[in-house]
Write a protein that binds this ligand. Structure first.
Ligand code: ZN
Length: 95
C-alpha cells in the first residue's frame, strides 16, 4: 500500500509587475503600471506611435483613474507615454 502523494501547489505568485502609481496629466489622473518584459507575453499596439510593442518588451499600461476597466487600458512604450502630451491632437506629422 503506497501512500498517496498529495502535493499542494504553492500559492501562485502574483505577476511581478510594478506597483500601480497615479500620474496627474492635463487630461486627468492616470493609473500607470510598468510591465517588465518577462511578463509581457503578447504584442500590443502603442497608441502613441501606432507601432507594435512586441512580446517581451518592457512597457507600461495606463488607464484613467476615474474610469478603470479592462477596456480602458492602453499599452504604451514608455517613451511614448511620456511624450504623449507633446502630440497635438488633430495634427499629424508627415504627408
Ligand atoms: Zn510607442
Amino acid at each position: 500500500m503506497s501512500p498517496r502523494r498529495v502535493r499542494r501547489r504553492p500559492d501562485p505568485a502574483p505577476p511581478p509587475s510594478g506597483p500601480e502609481q497615479i500620474e496627474s496629466w492635463p487630461d486627468g489622473d492616470w493609473v500607470i503600471r510598468l510591465v517588465p518584459g518577462a511578463v509581457s507575453v503578447k504584442a500590443y499596439r502603442c497608441p502613441g506611435c501606432d507601432q507594435e510593442i512586441p512580446a517581451g518588451m518592457p512597457h507600461l499600461v495606463a488607464w484613467p483613474s476615474l474610469n478603470p476597466g479592462p477596456a480602458e487600458r492602453r499599452h504604451w512604450h514608455r517613451p511614448c507615454w511620456h511624450r504623449r502630451m507633446q502630440r497635438r491632437p488633430g495634427r499629424r506629422v508627415g504627408r
